[in-house]
Design a protein around this ligand. Structure first.
Ligand SMILES: [Zn+2]
Length: 102
């Protein structure tokens, strides 16, 4: 009565199956790491000026929230906000520029 040693082909099959499972797990892990890295970057940069890194301040002008940097005088808009401002017509963009001109 002895433990049967796996044949060469059985051994290869077992290793191959194990490799497939481990490869799938490694891909999942990489995906989780990418999601975590993106979340870390989002937290790090949220409401920070993309040009100089100082904190942005929210200023509501005609119903649109402008993200303003009082350090470098940059101003940032979320998706759709430029269109909303432009939609007010007239000289609204010049007026915003005039408010913060220095
Ligand atoms: Zn700035």
């Amino acid at each position: 009565m002895s433990t049967q040693k796996p044949s060469q082909s059985e051994e290869e099959y077992i290793i191959k199956q194990d490799a497939l499972v481990r490869h799938k797990a490694a891909l999942e892990k990489a995906k989780e790491m990418a999601v975590a890295e993106h979340e870390a970057q989002r937290k790090l940069h949220h409401m920070r000026c993309p040009k100089c890194g100082m904190a942005l301040e929210a200023v509501v002008f005609r119903g649109v929230t402008l993200d303003k940097c009082y350090h470098c005088n940059g101003m940032w808009l979320d998706a759709g906000e430029l269109e909303t401002l432009a939609g007010h017509g007239g000289d609204v963009l010049s007026r915003v520029a005039a408010i913060f001109r220095r």
